[in-house]
Design a binder for this molecule. Structure first.
Ligand code: GLU
Length: 441
């Protein structure tokens, strides 16, 4: 049974980077007919906020990444303390009292001597009396996991064979001085107890994985299959970490990006497979293969989402967009025609608002000085009565004969005078629709 999880910390809105993690775990579970757990990593009571929990659920729902169950770390604290007790009994857990400043100093000294800045385990040498004294002076210490100083190896689903020498890694702090259990321990306990079989996460977690493998083994759990996807960069390869705040899923939604576009891009970006619009989740699930992804940083350009969004929207039939068009206030009897006329000229659904405003209110005509006379003359030649799809051709032929203008010099000033824009739907279609709508006032 395949069990995966997406484990966001609810300390902010989730962004495209998080989406990549969520999506890969989701697709693996769904492809295997397994379970996809949404795990809320909220052991930090200060930074975790309920509004972010609600927001991330809303974002995942919007994308159709439905989870089978929710787990919350804040409700499982006793399990983590149990595990901590077991590590203590095994002699794999020790209390350390160095202040951050002292640790910093140690690191600087090590670096100066050309040594890796690994915690020197000074606390292991303390006897009971020394510990009691430090505890009395400084309060409770942090709890560190005592790594076995061996090579840690795993076959990574993206990175291939990984070998990390545990001697090059500091014994990780699993419980803070104030008693707060840290993610490194909580995650291991959850993955073990929930039977998680596959963990996909960002490559910033590779060192965590090494230490977590030892903690899992110490606690007698079975090590899941790990895969670390590359981190996203901007289009020029620049770091995205500072900009991810502006690439939240809700921002993209507000900009009109469609779920199908976002999912299609993120399920392929960084893999050997081409990005193609997939409008149906089953196709994405079927085509997903994590071994197709490369280890190199993955360039992400938000601009790529818009052509995909346009492509998706332009393929929709009227029935699907009907509620959205109705919400704009387009009368039902004109809505199919309005959609047919405008659909090829939108990038996001939001663009429909602008087109509807143009038809309903009329555009502010754009008339260049040198065209003023031409437009005035053309208007006198507009066919009388009800306009249809042949009217534009009839009109422009008459205007051409009368004024001698042709080609772009003929069509563009007319388009700009009528729609206020240089681009837009076929004028042959615009003209009759404009007439009906304007006639209704
Ligand atoms: N809460 C952790 C994070 O957001 C989860 C990492 C993991 O998947 O283990 O980075």
């Amino acid at each position: 049974m395949t069990i995966t999880r997406f484990a966001p910390s609810p300390t902010g809105y989730i962004h495209v980077g998080n989406l990549r993690t969520a999506l890969m775990n989701f697709l693996i579970a769904r492809k295997a007919g397994g379970t996809f757990i949404l795990r809320i990593d909220d052991t930090d009571p200060v930074r975790s906020k309920e509004e972010y929990v609600d927001a991330l659920k809303e974002d995942l729902d919007w994308l159709g990444l439905h989870w089978d169950r929710v787990e919350r770390q804040s409700e499982r604290l006793d399990r983590y303390h149990d595990a901590a007790d077991r590590l203590r009994e095994m002699g794999r857990f020790y209390e350390a009292f160095e202040t951050p400043t002292e640790l910093d100093l140690k690191r600087k000294k090590q670096l100066n001597m050309g040594r890796p800045p690994v915690y020197d385990r000074a606390a292991l040498a303390l006897d009971d009396a020394a510990r009691d004294k430090l505890r009395a002076e400084r309060g409770p210490g942090v709890w560190r996991f005592k790594l076995d100083q061996q090579r840690i190896e795993w076959d990574d689903g993206v990175l291939g064979d990984i070998i990390i020498d545990a001697a090059s890694v500091s014994d990780p702090v699993l419980i803070r001085g104030d008693g707060q259990v840290l993610y490194t321990l909580a995650s291991v306990v959850d993955d073990t107890e929930m039977g998680v079989t596959h963990v996909v996460r960002g490559s910033d977690h590779v060192t965590n994985t090494a230490t977590q493998i030892q903690i899992i083994e110490a606690l007698g759990g079975s090590v899941p299959q790990f895969a670390h996807h590359s981190l996203l960069t901007g289009p020029q390869g620049e770091s995205l970490s500072k900009r991810l705040g502006t690439l939240s899923l809700r921002d993209l939604r507000a900009q009109g990006v469609e779920p199908a576009a976002l999912l299609s891009l993120m399920a392929r970006l960084g893999s050997a497979d081409p990005v193609e619009l997939r409008t149906d989740m089953d196709a994405l699930i079927e085509g997903f293969d994590i071994s197709r992804f490369g280890a190199a940083p993955t360039k992400f350009d938000v601009a790529d989402l818009f052509p995909l969004t346009a492509h998706y929207l332009q393929g929709l039939d009227y029935a699907t967009v009907k509620p959205r068009i109705a919400a704009l206030g387009v009368p039902d009897d004109l809505a199919p025609q309005f959609w047919a006329v405008t659909r090829d000229n939108i990038t996001t659904l939001g663009d429909l608002d602008a087109w509807w405003a143009m038809f309903r209110d009329g555009a502010e005509p754009v008339i260049e000085d040198e065209d003023a006379e031409f437009i005035a003359e053309a208007m006198t030649l507009l066919p009388e009565g009800k306009l249809d799809e042949t009217s534009w051709s009839a009109w422009t032929t008459a205007v051409k004969e009368e004024t001698g203008r042709k080609g772009k010099a003929l069509f563009m000033p007319l388009r700009k005078a009528l729609t206020g824009q240089a681009h837009g739907p076929e004028m042959a279609q615009v003209l009759p629709l404009l007439q009906v709508i304007r006639a209704r006032g």
